[in-house]
Write a protein of this length. Sequence first.
Length: 613
Amino acid sequence: MKIKHIKILLICLTAMALNISWAFVISKTESGKNIKWKKDSLKIPMRVNPRPLKDDMILDIDSSTAISLYGSRLNYLEYKSQQIIQESIDTWNKNSAFTIIPVYTNDIDEQSSISYSSDSFNFGPGVIAVTKLSFDSVSGSIYSADIILNQSNLNFISLSVDKSQSSKEKAYIGDVLSHEIGHLFGLGHSEVINSSMVFSIFKGQHKVHTDDVAGVNKNYNIHLNKGVLKGAVKAGQGTPVFGVHVSLLSARTNQVLQGQITNENGEFIFENLDLNESYYVMTSPIKKKASLPEYYKNVNDQICFQQKYATSFFSKCGARSKSTAQAFFLSEETTEIDVGTITLRCDENISVDYYAHKFQEEDYYEYNMLQDKISKVFYGYFSDTEINKGLTGKGDWLKIDLRSLDPGGFVLNDYKVKLNFTSVGIGSSFEFVIYAKRDDQATWKKYESSYDVDTGKKLVDQSVELALSASAENNIFYIKVFPLKLETNDFYEIFSSINVLNNKNQIYTIVSQLGVKDTFSSYNYDLPDSYPYSDNEACLEGNITYSSSPYIPLKAKGNTAQSSDDDAVVSCGTIDSNSGSGPKAMISFLISFVLVFLSLNIRNIQLNSLSKS
């Protein structure tokens, strides 16, 4: 068979120079068709050979115990490998419309498969695993898929069956497999922290994230929930901005749910959202534009006096709204909200009053839950100097005065205030130490990072609960928030790599909620809602000196155009071949992790007129 064109794009990662792609990205053919499995059969049979080729993987038990129980390290690794593969498959089966059906065998034939390989031909240096998709180059329909784990001499990363040993130079195979199965369903890479589709290894990657599920649902047109939140990002003069990363956050949990990249009209649309929930929106520049697929090569983020715009939250116009993000409540009555125009910001849009109190000793910033709305989204920031000082600096001192709260049919001590703090979830690389107390309390309660019992990964975000007193005069609360710099190992385990996914400026958010005790002694918390909503048409910032639009290869421009919110391209290690005799193609996704001391620069290689029998 004659292969007329093979395009190989390897994206390899180091700790210092990294190439990545953002949000959930749906893979496409050159003609713009989504690459995906046919929905007429929701079952995907896969032949799985769980036996590694070498016994040099990191164990989760003592080596002598493994040999005693299973006869050899290799036998134990086969047992654990099968267990982990099954867990990865089960996790995705629960979160997609498809069911992968594994058949465990040592005989891998031409069908879809999962296996280990020591053949360096399949991998570039530092590549941990590769997913190969064979698909129809016209329709995008996938015929078969192969996931290959690298045990060749080119893999400088230690594979592990211990989920606590994953990040940097170690890779838990469950983290790798969950990522690769996402590619199998047609997903590219994500910028969202904790998404299984983040480009590089981190602890806990085996857990499928809401961003991953959103990508699969988008690719297969699955609508499980009615909620929709949409809008458009613009700069000065009302110019739509192409290539902005927009994050949707839950105002209940204060966590990022999913991310998208705006199309050429500046538009984004979040679908499949739960009703009776509240959401808010963050915008940020793509952090590694040079590494994006060609589709995004024309993105212009230099709109603030030829500087990048800032990561910021969608607030109303006006000084009073600074440091307060708008929250949008979806319900059975309001299933869809068009938020209108969101402006990009040339700074973080922080409150001047907050700044003034921040640097005054023994001075508290009034966190006005009654003057504004009791439940709201607040955002502040810490400078690098403040983070480096840690507990020796002042931090942020906040005061919440609820003495005039009307209990409405309840007694005051039936109420609690909950404050959810997040930093790393929105890309800020510091952890919190928080002290809180009520006015009548003599001692401060301390809140600090904990560790995941499953993986040992540091959990940075905090939830602070403040119980109201029955005596109204006691209901003033004092909160001291201190930032601490993350240790290097924690940084890798959370962000997967240094200075890529984290923000240039260190912002954080607090979602405050008022809750009242019910008859079962649990608390029902109000969700923030900024109704009536207001867009940013009256306060647009930035100046685009030249417009940008998606890059479409000349040979693909004659094809039928796709809908604007459906545009995405593969940006993760691609092998694309088009047969002159039939409509088949192949695409390979490579999850590429290399040691900190490697400095790899693998360029695009284009091979023409390659013959293959």
